[in-house]
Design a protein around this ligand. Structure first.
Ligand code: NAD
Ligand code: TYD
Length: 370
């Protein structure tokens, strides 16, 4: 039985990881720490908190005293560190929070884990997993080979730079102090509970509400889409069985450009409305409700500054060493994700109320159709 700290557990990947961990290791003690920023949501965890199968602490990973108190109280032997500011466009609009949480927050957690594990004499059987991104490697050209763990760091956005800095700190703690840590660098996740500021949920929700589908630039940018369930399976494999001090890349093996992703979402919604008569009265502003294609909403808009052209992950090391391979085919995973958003209208209506509207105004009002 392990005592596990999951930071950022109320975020998109964090919530999915909590459920996956609970299902795989029911006897482990899970403690979730989350600052509950705009990106957090506790709805899916509330039943687990209520029946005490997990503990939840609202707190900031930069709060060194709180982190130390939690380590002393719960005697963690596993840390899955996911707490972060995670949206590239927000990092362009306001980079400071990214440095605070992603760099200083990670530093506070590394320092606390080291001190607490040394003081308790438990460092030998403890493990710290730092969850990072492929964006630290920069951008690929159309025919470049996919990112390897040995690819040079070339971050292009403030988000990517802050994650790169945090990866370097983890490495320094391994090399200098012998912290038993590992790093994963994964590609773009998609699936249930993803905040609607990100491409896939944003396009699904905008289409349902009959709003423009804003594709940055010409939409030729490529991402390697990874279903969040495959990502969580990889995280659990790496934290338990990965070699300490190593980095593992996690990718979906599903490279798609943004035009194609948005087109697939539109086509799937058109088909859903054509076969399920209950959708049109629920979402009357969606073009598919009146027999038109959601593709009519596509709008090419001003590009993101410094927009990375292509990400692709070579996940051979993960497969070779840990036998872990992604299993969700992109079309199937996208279909499940669209159905999840159709079935969880209350969830996304709550998430997109209030402050979310101010963000949409800030990020999209200056983007003119091109
Ligand atoms: P998210 O934005 O949905 O969730 C992040 C969570 O961290 C939120 O619940 C937020 O409240 C919490 N948080 C933020 N600042 C905090 C602080 N100072 N103290 C405590 N909690 C804080 O992000 P996500 O998509 O779930 O990503 C999780 C991790 O995976 C991040 O480290 C991110 O960099 C990495 N990652 C994500 C993707 C992706 O496609 N989503 C891809 C690669 C890597
Ligand atoms: P995003 O979901 O923000 O993830 P990331 O920037 O980490 O890759 O964006 C995915 C891709 O979709 C990226 O190339 C930017 C693009 N994009 C749009 O074209 N329009 C949008 O409104 C958003 C949010 C993203």
């Amino acid at each position: 039985m392990q005592s596990v700290l999951i930071t950022g557990g109320a975020g998109f990947i964090g919530q999915n990881l909590v459920h996956a961990w609970r299902a795989a290791e029911p006897s482990d003690r899970l403690v979730i720490v989350d600052a509950m920023t705009y990106a957090a949501n506790l709805r899916s965890l509330e039943p687990l908190i209520a029946d005490r199968s997990i503990s939840f602490v609202k707190g900031d990973i930069k709060d060194a005293a709180l982190m130390r108190r939690l380590f002393d109280e719960h005697k963690f032997t596993r840390v899955a560190h996911l707490a972060a500011e995670s949206h590239v466009d927000r990092s362009i609009a306001d980079p400071e929070a990214f440095l605070q949480t992603n760099v200083l927050g990670t530093f506070t957690l590394l320092k606390t884990a080291l001190e607490a594990w040394l003081a308790a004499g438990t460092i030998e059987h403890s493990r710290f997993l730092h969850v990072s991104t492929d964006e630290v490697y920069g951008s690929l050209g159309p025919s470049d080979p996919a990112f390897l763990e040995s690819s040079p760091y070339r971050p292009n956005s403030p988000y990517a730079a802050s994650k790169a800095a945090s990866d370097h700190l983890v490495r320094a703690y391994v090399e200098t102090y012998g912290l038993p840590a590992l790093i994963t660098n994964c590609s773009n996740n998609y699936g249930s509970y993803q905040h609607p500021e990100k491409l896939i949920p944003l396009m699904i929700i905008h289409a349902l509400e009959g709003k423009p589908l804003p594709i940055y630039g010409d939409g030729s940018n490529v991402r390697d889409w990874l279903h969040v369930s495959d990502h969580c399976a990889a995280l659990m494999a790496v934290i338990e069985r990965g070699r300490l001090g190593e980095t593992y890349n996690v990718g979906g093996g599903n490279e798609r450009n943004n035009r194609d992703v948005v087109g697939l979402i539109c086509d799937a919604l058109d088909r859903a409305f054509a076969t399920d008569a209950s959708l049109a009265p629920r979402f009357p502003s969606c073009p598919a409700a009146s027999g038109k294609s959601c593709r009519s909403l596509i709008s090419f808009v001003t590009d993101r500054p410094g927009h990375d052209h292509r990400y692709a992950i070579d996940a051979t090391k993960l497969a070779r060493e840990l036998g872990n391979r992604c299993s969700v085919n992109f079309e199937d995973g996208l279909g499940q994700t669209i159905n999840w958003y159709l079935d969880h209208e209350d969830w996304w209506r709550e998430v997109t109320s209030g402050a979310y509207k101010a963000w949409i105004d800030k990020n999209y009002s200056f983007r003119i159709a091109v």
